[in-house]
Design a protein around this ligand. Structure first.
Ligand code: NAG
Length: 576
C-alpha cells in the first residue's frame, strides 16, 4: 500500500501518531493507527469504528487532500462528541488539556505544554499546560477569595457539594477511568474502582464533617482556680490547602485531600503529578460540575522542577498536604511556617512466624506485593520469613505468583508496565545489584520496555540495595531470618516506617511483635493497606508527618480556636 504523506501529517498534528512513528512507516495502514500512541483522546467505545472508517477511506483510493480531510473529520468525530458531555469536553482541545483556575478551564499564557507518555508504549497520550508563576498567584488569590465565603457557608451546604461531586464521579466513572489507565497504566478495573472509591470517600468525608465539634472547658480543673472562665473551643479552617497527590492514585489520593479540606471550610490549590495530571484534572472537573464556587478548587499543572518550589513556598499556602516519594523531605525543608501533612512511602515489612497460616500469608504477600505492579506505598516491600517455614512459604508464594497475568492495562492484566523508563531502569538496577551480590532470582529476570515480569528475589542480605530501597515495582525481596526478633531488628533499621504486617496464629505474639515494629500501622494476618479510607494512615520516621484517614485529615486540616468567657463570679450549673 502506498504512503500518504498528507494524512500522516494530519494524524501527527492530531496527536494520533508521533512523528517518529510516521517517519519509520513503510506503509500506512489502519493498524498503524490502532497500535499508535494513539487514540489517546478517542473513547474506547469509538476506536473500532474509527479504524474501520480510516480503512475504508484508504481503500477508496481518495486523492491525498480528500483522504486527509476524511481522516481528520473521522478522528475528531471519534474523539468525542458522542460520549463525552460538554462539561468534560471544555477541559481539552484534542489531547491538549487546560488547567482549572477561578472556575475556568484555561490554556497557560506560557504557550508551553508538557507531554504525558503512557507507561506501556511510551507514546504521547496527553499534553498539559506548563503554568506560569502569575497563574499560580492567581490560583492562590482566587482560592483565598473563595475561602472567605466558603468558611461562612453552612457545613450542611459544604457537605452537599461533596455529595454532588461524588455523584458526578459515579456518573462519569467509566470516562474518568480512561485517563487513569492511559497515564499511569492502571488496569481498567482498578482505574474504575479508584474513581468509585473516591466517590465513597467524598460521601464519607461529608458525613464525618457534619459531626466534627469542638468542646467547652472550664477553669476550675486547674489547681487553685474558680469556675469563672469557660473556654469554647472550635475547629476553624486553616485557609488554603496546597494538595500534591502522587501519580499512583491520581484521583483517590487527591480526593482524600480535597474532601476533608473542603468540609473543614478550606479552599484548595492542587498541583497534579505529571503522569496522572489529566486524571486529577477530572477530579477538579467533578467539583466544577457539582457547582463548586469559582476559585474553591483550583488545579494547576506543570513540572515539579519548574513550579514546585514556587507553590510550596508561596505565602498563599496555609497547609501542605503531600503524598509522594523522598521529594517530600525537600518540600518539608522549604515549606517554612506552615503545617504539613505528608506521606512519603514505606518499606513495609511482612514478618511470617513459624506458626503462621501459610496459605493466608502467601496470598497476602502476592496481593500485597504485586497489586498495581507493586507501585503502592503500602505494598509489601520486604518479606522476613522465619527459618522453619521459609521454604514452604516461598513455594506457595511462587505458585500464586505464577498465576498473575502480565500485559496491557486495557486487558485487565494484573501486572502492567511500571510508570516510566526511569522507574523501570531503577528497578532493574536493584535486581542486578542483588544478583551480583549473591541473591537468588527465583525466576529469570524479564523486562520488555517498562513491563517488568513479577519476581521474588530470595536470600536478600543487608549489603544489597533491595534490602533498604523501595523498588516501587513488581520485585520483592525475600529475607530468611532466625526468629521474629531478628526480623523486627532488621525491619526497624529501615529509615521508613509506614506499615508492616505479622502473620501468626498466636494473637499475643502478634501484639508483642507489632508493638516493637516502628511503623504507623501494623496489620495482623493481612497485607498492608491504606483503606478503608476512614482508618488512620500515618507514617513514622521518613514515611510521613501527621495523620490521614478522613476524621484525622479533617482534624489536620483545621486548627483550634478558643473563645474564653470571663465571668464575674464562679458559675456551677446545677443538674437537679
Ligand atoms: C524497634 O523500634 C522501636 C521504635 O523505635 C523500638 O521501641 C523497639 O525497641 C525496636 N525494636 C528492635 C528489636 O529493634
Amino acid at each position: 500500500m502506498r504512503v500518504h504523506p498528507l494524512p500522516l501529517l494530519f494524524l501527527i498534528a492530531l496527536g494520533v501518531i508521533s512523528s517518529t512513528q510516521a517517519s519509520t512507516l513503510s506503509s500506512f495502514t489502519s493498524s498503524t493507527v490502532a497500535s499508535s500512541s494513539s487514540m489517546a483522546a478517542v473513547p474506547a467505545a469509538n476506536q473500532a469504528g474509527l479504524l474501520l472508517k480510516v480503512q475504508e477511506a484508504i481503500k477508496a483510493g481518495l486523492p491525498d487532500k480528500a483522504l486527509a480531510d476524511t481522516v481528520k473529520s473521522e478522528v475528531s468525530h471519534a474523539m468525542g462528541a458522542d460520549s463525552e458531555p460538554d462539561s468534560l469536553k471544555e477541559m481539552h482541545d484534542g489531547i491538549v488539556y487546560k488547567f482549572l483556575v477561578n472556575g475556568e478551564w484555561r490554556k497557560s499564557t506560557s504557550g508551553r505544554t508538557i507531554s504525558n507518555l503512557t507507561p506501556y508504549d511510551e507514546t504521547i497520550c496527553y499534553e498539559v499546560q506548563a503554568c506560569t508563576r502569575e497563574e499560580i498567584d492567581e490560583a492562590y488569590a482566587t482560592a483565598h477569595a473563595a475561602q472567605r465565603v466558603w468558611a461562612k457557608t453552612p457545613i450542611w451546604k459544604r457537605a452537599e457539594l461533596l455529595h454532588k461531586a461524588a455523584t458526578v464521579l459515579r456518573q462519569y466513572a467509566a470516562l474518568i477511568a480512561t485517563p487513569v489507565l492511559r497515564e499511569v497504566g492502571k488496569n481498567r478495573k482498578s482505574a474504575y474502582d479508584e474513581v468509585v472509591r473516591t466517590a465513597e470517600l467524598l460521601d464519607f468525608a461529608a458525613e464525618e464533617g457534619v459531626r466534627i465539634n469542638g468542646e467547652v472547658m472550664s477553669s476550675d480543673a486547674w489547681v487553685g482556680q474558680k469556675r469563672n472562665k469557660l473556654a469554647i473551643v472550635e475547629r476553624v479552617p486553616v485557609g488554603v490547602v496546597l494538595c500534591i497527590p502522587p501519580f499512583n492514585y491520581p484521583i483517590n489520593l487527591c480526593g482524600s485531600k480535597i474532601g476533608p479540606a473542603l468540609i473543614a471550610g478550606n479552599a484548595v490549590v492542587v498541583k497534579t503529578p505529571t503522569q496522572g495530571a489529566v486524571s486529577t484534572l477530572h477530579l477538579g472537573a467533578a467539583f466544577k460540575i457539582a457547582g463548586a464556587p469559582p476559585g474553591l478548587v483550583n488545579v494547576v499543572t506543570g513540572k515539579g522542577s519548574e513550579i514546585g518550589d514556587y507553590l510550596v513556598q508561596h505565602p498563599g499556602a496555609n497547609l501542605i498536604s503531600f503524598t509522594g516519594g523522598a521529594t517530600g523531605i525537600d518540600v518539608s525543608k522549604k515549606a517554612g511556617m506552615v503545617p504539613l501533612q505528608m506521606e512519603l512511602g514505606g518499606k513495609d515489612a511482612c514478618i511470617v512466624l513459624p506458626d503462621a497460616d501459610l496459605e493466608l500469608a502467601s496470598t497476602a504477600i502476592v496481593k500485597g506485593g504485586f497489586s498495581y505492579s507493586g507501585q503502592r506505598c503500602t505494598a509489601v516491600k520486604i518479606v522476613f520469613a522465619t527459618a522453619e517455614i521459609a521454604d514452604a512459604l516461598l513455594e506457595k508464594v511462587l505458585a500464586k505468583l505464577a498465576k498473575l497475568t502480565i500485559g496491557h492495562p486495557e486487558e485487565n492484566a494484573d501486572i502492567t508496565a511500571v510508570i516510566n523508563k526511569k522507574s523501570a531502569d531503577y528497578i532493574e538496577s536493584l535486581v542486578m545489584d542483588a544478583e551480583s551480590k549473591g541473591a537468588t532470582l527465583t525466576t529469570p529476570y524479564k523486562r520488555v520496555g517498562n513491563l517488568i515480569h513479577p519476581l521474588i528475589i530470595d536470600h536478600v542480605k543487608e549489603n544489597m540495595k533491595l534490602h533498604w530501597e523501595e523498588p516501587f515495582g513488581p520485585v520483592l525481596p525475600f529475607v530468611r531470618v532466625g526468629d521474629a526478633a531478628e526480623a523486627v531488628t532488621l525491619a526497624n533499621k529501615s529509615s521508613m516506617g509506614l506499615q508492616g504486617c505479622v502473620f501468626t496464629q498466636d494473637i499475643n505474639r502478634a501484639i508483642l511483635v507489632a508493638n516493637e515494629l516502628a511503623a504507623g500501622t501494623i496489620q495482623i494476618n493481612g497485607p498492608p493497606a491504606r483503606g478503608p479510607d476512614h482508618f488512620p494512615f500515618t507514617g513514622f520516621k521518613d514515611s510521613g508527618i501527621g495523620a490521614q484517614g478522613i476524621k484525622y485529615s479533617i482534624e489536620s486540616m483545621s486548627k483550634v480556636k478558643s473563645f474564653v468567657i470571663n465571668l464575674p463570679e464562679a458559675a456551677h450549673p446545677q443538674g437537679h
